[in-house]
Design a binder for this molecule. Structure first.
Ligand code: S3P
Length: 170
């Protein structure tokens, strides 16, 4: 069945891949609202992502992430930056695919992502190099389900935005 393509772009990818930075820029160029899932979750809980993980654990975070996604997916038009783990939860993949938006994977090798994330406070799942790489590898099969893949390895955010616009799907 060919679905109507809604004017919604989901940016997905691992921590540090540029989802929020690129999303904000892309939304500005398109003149569409920008929704950052992590920001919505933090505002809703009145806590940082790290505090949510520390106080209530990852399973609770995934529940509220899912609820935030259900709400965000109703918006149109919108550019939606997902969290690094959002698209690695099968029910979320189904919801996003059924919602009829466009999925774009911002891909970058884990060695570079690790350097970008080092020293950042608000990434509770960044513990050490090995677990970071393992988590990246576990998530690859999900990220590969995205309709489009764009490398952010050696591209500046505005170049990534240009590449997304050149997909000409919306
Ligand atoms: C997570 C990534 C984070 C945030 C939370 C969990 C993950 O988002 O949602 O810390 O599971 O990879 P960013 O990818 O924006 O850092």
């Amino acid at each position: 069945m060919i679905r109507h393509r809604r004017k919604v772009i989901y940016l997905l990818g691992f921590m540090g891949s540029g989802k929020s930075t690129v999303g904000k820029l892309l939304a500005g160029v398109l003149g569409w609202p920008f929704i950052d899932l992590d920001t919505i979750i933090e505002a809703g809980q009145g806590l940082s992502i790290r505090e949510i993980f520390e106080n209530s654990g990852e399973p609770f975070f995934r529940q509220i992430e899912r609820a935030a996604l259900v709400e965000a997916s109703k918006a149109e038009p919108a550019v939606i930056a997902l969290g690094g783990g959002t698209f690695a939860q099968p029910p979320n993949v189904d919801l996003i695919r059924e919602s009829g938006g466009t999925t774009v994977w911002l891909d970058c090798p884990p060695e570079i992502l690790r350097v970008r994330c080092q020293g950042l406070e608000n990434r509770p799942l960044f513990r050490d190099e090995q677990s970071f790489t393992n988590l990246y590898m576990e998530r690859l099969p999900y990220y590969r389900l995205a309709e489009f893949r764009i490398s952010t390895e050696s591209h500046k955010p505005d170049e990534v935005v240009e590449q997304i616009l050149s997909l000409r799907v919306f």
